[in-house]
Design a protein around this ligand. Structure first.
Ligand code: MTE
Ligand code: HPA
Ligand code: MOS
Length: 747
């Protein structure tokens, strides 16, 4: 059961098209559909709204504005800064001004386009550079340091400073944001929401209506992908559906059209990275100074913890002895950026890996050797095992894991073969890179690291489980089912999972930070274990030797409690948000990727020749699910760093608001030669069956592709050209780094 590659619990429903997503749920009689009217400027004061034309549109039942909200006009986490509907200040192009309710989805959308407004436009800050120059922050700058970076920098034999950039990313979940609300008797409401965070949706809706939390229940069976984009950003549509239902007394469904979803909801933060690094002849880093500046958009949303996680991951797998970090959380007149797989960690890794690569090219060394010399460890001798935030690295498996991948990927021989290939090809150039990942597992906000579950054993021996986590395709329900079945000694078929619902398990955390199974799997296991203990004690006291069904039937008649709740809180973690020191993470997940690419230097076109991934999942609960997470994460990370590019017009309108201009990887972008292996050792911490979280870390294997592209650029145009390559490394960016070949030849 544990460790077997069982298919995803909904696999047959997925492939046969019979797994219901939000928009597939049967519609109740009288259901209305909602659509937003969007702001026409990036920054300004809303002077008036003209709603008559929309109200007159056939089938329109109501057009609502901020004035219709009875309670708190907020759809964001923690800080009251994310209006459901603009009441006064427009903060980004495409922000929601009004909500049209009509009897068809199409009618609501068409009528929404008829809403017009009068606006006093203000100048807008759109980019990190704009906001940084204006010192415009959503949260105050944060500084973290260890040792004396300045002295280390001036004493270092070599010194290099530079700037690099990494782009944002649209989540592009296949199912867009959506929610539907139904009234319940006596001032209650039930909301179906495509969300990673049902409890937060419950509180947002309650506060919007001026209600108490117990009046609202929120349910989610599955999402068609979340990737962090439905941790907080599901709030606006949930609130809109609830507002519509409260106002009209009818069921209301709001699901976003793709273009509206892309304009209206937050994305991954893009970062500007400035560094100053001192190192020795071998490329060992002696001191480093970083300034990270990220585009947070108009409000804090989750930008605080996202940027903190970037700071926590600036070391990746490397010991940074003397380090000084400044983290700038830039306020811009763009959509409020949010959680995205890795939650700032990938941007932190991008920064340090860019520095390591630059150091290697400066010294004329193989970047892999510079990576190795900077690893944490060894465990003997002077301490090289404590992170810049004061957490000890207790299971430093990165060096051994990287050694193994270096061998199995045949890195050294292939590097020589690539040199030979590049020497004999004028325009085609190949490159290779092998990059490690070390990723901290736990929510950095310590209180989030808790979960509950409810296990029912019915008198016929069948089992029903609910827990606080949500399913977004990652296989959480499959793993929880395996864990409970194993605990009770049953086949998975005897265990069924119900949709996640705040009325069954309360006070849940977002399913995020990769900790869904660590938290909910453990809570469900504890509940099942208690039931099993009672059954075992009953069997012993009655001297029974029965099969499961008979034992359960007898226990029921003997009035033994056959259901139980479980609760789990992660041990050992603590951290002081003011100093950013402590142990924010229960443990680290590791991995490494070796990627080889080929670039056509005349066009910038490129592809991955081969990729090898060695990934640490601890003791795998389900190797089939884990493999899917590793492959999917790798490709999503590759898309982030290569083809996915967000563009805004000078007026601040998102130009890449559809798949016509925004390019996520397709199946054909998966390397033909992709080799995924597990580093299978027990988690040193007591996680459920010694497994490790797997959701986010593999995304960062995309870094190997980016640095392989850099390597190819270096082969074609020299090390300085490689320094100029920023992410995403689109064909255009590659050509720019290669020296603008095409443009120069044409002019
Ligand atoms: N896998 C699929 N198929 N779909 C998703 O939306 N989200 C990722 C990851 N893998 C996601 C996914 C993100 S951002 C996180 S935090 C984890 O899954 C959340 O689930 P877990 O904690 O159960 O791993
Ligand atoms: N990761 C993901 N989501 C979160 C976190 C985190 O550390 N903190 C709050 N939401
Ligand atoms: Mo994942 S970004 O923690 O939802």
């Amino acid at each position: 059961m544990i460790g077997t590659p069982l298919p995803h619990e909904s696999a047959s429903l997925h492939v046969s098209g019979s797994a219901p997503y939000l928009d597939d749920l049967p519609e109740l009689k009288g259901t209305l559909h909602g659509a937003f009217a969007l702001a026409p400027v990036a920054h300004g004061r809303l002077k008036s709204l003209h709603l008559d034309a929309a109200r007159a549109y056939p089938g329109v039942v109501a057009v609502l504005t901020a004035a219709d909200i009875p309670g708190r006009n907020n759809a964001g986490p923690s800080v009251v800064d994310d209006p459901v509907l603009v009441s006064d200040l427009i903060s980004f192009h495409g922000q929601a001004l009004a909500l049209v309710l009509a009897d068809t989805f199409d009618g609501a959308r068409r009528a929404a386009r008829l809403v017009t407004s009068e606006v006093e436009a203000f100048p807008a800050l759109l980019t990190v550079d704009d906001a940084k120059a204006a010192e415009s922050w959503v949260l105050p700058p944060v500084e973290v340091s260890r040792g004396d970076a300045d002295s280390a920098l001036s004493a270092a034999p070599h010194r290099l400073s530079g700037t690099t950039r990494v782009g944002g990313q649209e989540h592009f979940y296949l199912e867009t944001q959506g929610a539907s609300a139904v009234p319940r008797e006596g001032g209650g409401m039930h909301v179906h929401s495509s969300t990673q965070h049902p409890t937060e949706m419950q509180h947002l809706v309650a506060q919007l209506l001026g209600w108490e939390a117990h009046q609202v229940s929120v349910e989610c069976r599955r999402m068609g992908g979340g990737f962090g984009g439905k941790e907080s950003q599901s709030g606006q549509v949930a609130c809109a559906a609830a507002l519509g239902t409260w106002k009209t007394g009818r069921p209301v469904k709001v699901r976003l059209d793709r273009d509206d979803d892309m304009a209206l909801t937050g994305k991954r933060h893009d970062f500007l990275v400035e560094y100053d690094v001192g190192f020795d002849d071998d490329g060992k880093i002696l001191g480093v100074r970083f300034t990270l500046a990220s585009r947070c958009g108009f409000s804090p949303d989750l930008s605080g913890p996202v940027n903190d996680r970037a700071v926590f991951h600036l070391d990746n797998a490397y010991f940074l002895d003397a380090v000084a970090i400044r983290s700038l959380r830039c306020r811009t007149n763009t959509v409020s950026n949010t959680a995205f797989r890795g939650f700032g960690g990938p941007q932190g890794l991008f920064a340090i890996e860019s520095v390591v690569d630059a150091v290697a090219r400066n010294r004329g060394l193989d970047p892999l050797d510079v990576r190795k010399i900077n690893f944490y460890g060894p465990s003997e001798g002077p301490d090289r095992n404590t992170t810049h935030y004061g957490m000890r690295v207790e299971d430093n498996i990165a060096p051994a894991l990287v050694d193994q991948l270096e061998t199995t990927s045949d890195y050294r021989r292939r590097r020589q073969a690539i040199a030979a290939f590049n020497a004999s090809h004028r325009f085609l150039k190949r490159g290779i890179a092998l990059t490690p990942v070390k990723f901290g597992i736990s929510f950095t906000a310590t209180f989030y690291n808790q979960a509950g579950a409810l296990v029912h054993v019915y008198a016929d021996g069948s089992v029903l489980v609910t827990h606080g986590g949500t399913e977004m395709g990652q296989g959480l329900y499959t793993k929880v089912r395996q864990i409970v079945a194993h605990e009770l000694g049953l086949d998975c078929e005897r265990v069924r999972l119900l949709p996640t619902d705040t009325s069954r398990v309360p006070n849940t955390s977002a399913t995020a930070a990769s900790s869904g199974t660590d938290l909910n799997g453990m809570a469900a296991r504890l509940a099942a274990r208690d039931i099993k203990k009672r059954l075992d004690a009953f069997a012993a006291s009655e001297n029974l030797d029965l099969g499961w069904d008979e034992l359960v039937g007898r226990a029921y008649k003997a009035r033994i409690k056959l259901w139980e709740s479980g609760f789990y809180a992660t041990p050992k973690i603590h951290y002081d948000p003011k100093t950013m020191q402590g142990r924010p993470f229960f443990y680290f997940a590791y991995g490494a990727c070796c990627a080889e690419v080929e670039v056509d230097t005349l066009t910038g076109e490129n592809h991955i020749v081969r990729a090898d991934i060695l990934h640490d999942v601890g003791r795998s609960l389900n190797p089939a699910i884990d493999r899917g997470q590793i492959e999917g994460g790798f490709l999503q990370g590759t898309g982030w760093l290569t083809t996915e590019e967000l563009w805004w017009t000078p007026e601040g309108r998102l130009w890449t608001h559809a798949p016509s201009t925004y390019k996520i990887p397709a199946a054909s972008d998966c390397p033909a030669d992709l080799r995924v292996d597990f580093w299978e050792t027990d988690n040193i911490e007591e996680t459920v069956h010694r497994s490790k979280a797997v959701g986010e870390p593999p995304l960062m294997h995309g870094l190997a592709v980016f640095f392989a592209l850099k390597d190819a650029v270096a082969s074609a145009s020299g090390p300085d050209a490689a320094l100029n390559l920023v992410a995403p490394a689109t064909p255009e960016a590659l050509l720019r780094a290669l020296g603008g070949l095409v443009q120069e030849q044409r002019s």
